[in-house]
Design a protein around this ligand. Structure first.
Ligand code: GMT
Length: 370
């Protein structure tokens, strides 16, 4: 098939999922056209079947807010016509689904269906803002297909927007050959706790520091903070206040997580809400047990006390206790790490999930949906 994919190209999870999906589809022989304002970070354009089309937004002085949505729609239309795309697949509803709708309406010679994948805050935060509620609902209603990444997200979307379209749950996925355990590298040096996020308030990165300060009272561990965003400065300040800054490494944005994660012993994900928790899945594939919060779609991924742990949001002591147990009880760590890897292999591997997208594309092209 010939598919146009649009996503936020920066470090968010939705962009990562969209990019990995495009790369996997291209490996399976599809022609994938990324249409975005910048090159998606994980996109290797030397992969056969991958194409990238940049959206240029005019900075004409009259525009206080450059109309990206319109420039995107125009570029989608142009690429769809020239490349004879079979469908558009947009990740994150706002504004991508509205641009796709416009591109569809501009295409008068044939049917150009579009699919919207809802990733999280496009529904739970952005969609909930009064200025975006109606347009988000409209974009869902007008999509020819809607997918989302967890049962929680599907239920929240129905409940919140009261839409009637069917919503397909297709979980996030991980390449289990790329993301895999490395016991040799894990055995070198002190115990290491990893946090990965875009450091927005919803990720509760300050909890990582508070929990770590408790863990350090019992274990000489290190904390590795990967990513960047608005709460990085406050997290660094808190680390100094609590006297644990010397044991924390703030790495900033990281491109090769498949090399970093296998060196770690625990992944800490204390989010306020999480539509799925891609970082936890990538850790599980590497045999690194996640200690996360019981929130949103995380229960779709983690089975508590089997392949990871889910504690209450904000329960600093509970989260610290779990991390300490995993770092000090080797047989517990081995059991949970093996179960985590087994879950990734059995339920979320690329080979299981990509065919679900392929068959959904076929159904939408054949007229399924709204
Ligand atoms: O909703 C967001 O926070 C943005 C989005 C992103 O683009 O980073 O993250 C969401 O999508 C990821 C990939 O599908 C999920 O793994 C994250 O759980 C989800 N984030 C939240 O729900 C907070």
């Amino acid at each position: 098939m010939r598919i146009g994919i649009t996503c936020y190209p920066t470090y968010g999870g939705s962009g990562i999922v969209a990019t990995d999906l495009g790369l996997e589809l291209a490996r399976r022989g599809h022609q994938i056209h990324f249409i975005s304002y910048a090159h998606p970070i994980r996109l290797d354009t030397s992969t056969p079947g991958i194409h990238y089309h940049e959206v240029e937004v005019s900075n004409y002085p009259l525009f206080q807010y450059p109309p990206y949505m319109l420039a995107l729609a125009s570029r989608m239309f142009e690429v769809a016509e020239r490349e004879q795309l079979d469908l558009l697949h947009v990740h994150y509803a706002i504004p991508h689904a509205i641009s796709a709708l416009l591109a569809q309406q501009m295409t008068t010679s044939r049917r150009l269906p579009f699919i919207t994948t809802l990733h999280g805050t496009d529904i739970t935060v952005v969609g909930a803002e009064p200025s975006y509620f109606s347009i988000t609902k409209f974009s869902i209603e007008k999509s020819d297909g809607i997918t989302t990444i967890s049962a929680y997200m599907r239920d929240r979307t129905f409940e919140f927007f009261g839409v009637a379209n069917p919503i397909e749950v297709i979980h996030n996925f991980v390449n289990c050959s790329l993301y895999r355990p490395d016991e040799e590298r894990q055995s070198i040096g002190p115990k290491r706790i990893l946090h990965i996020s875009n450091f927005r308030p919803v990720k509760r990165v300050l909890d990582c520091i508070r929990v770590f300060a408790l863990v350090r009272k019992q274990v000489e561990a290190q904390l590795v903070m990967a990513g960047d965003g608005p709460d990085r400065g406050p997290a660094e300040r808190l680390a100094r206040e609590l006297g644990v800054d010397a044991s924390i490494r703030f790495l900033g944005k990281q491109d090769n997580l498949e090399r970093l994660i296998p060196e770690m012993h625990v992944l800490h994900l204390p989010s306020e809400t999480e539509a799925f928790g891609l970082a936890a899945l990538e850790a599980m594939a590497c045999g690194v047990p996640p200690v996360a919060t019981r929130t949103g779609g995380v229960p779709d991924l983690i089975t508590h006390d089997v392949d990871g742990y889910m504690e209450t949001v904000g329960d600093i002591t509970g989260q610290a206790d779990r991390i300490v147990s995993l770092l000090t009880d080797q047989s517990l760590h081995r059991r949970v790490a093996a179960a985590a890897r087994a879950t990734a292999l059995a339920r979320f591997c690329t080979d299981l999930i990509i065919p679900q997208y392929e068959s959904y594309y076929q159904r939408v092209c054949n007229g399924y949906g709204t």
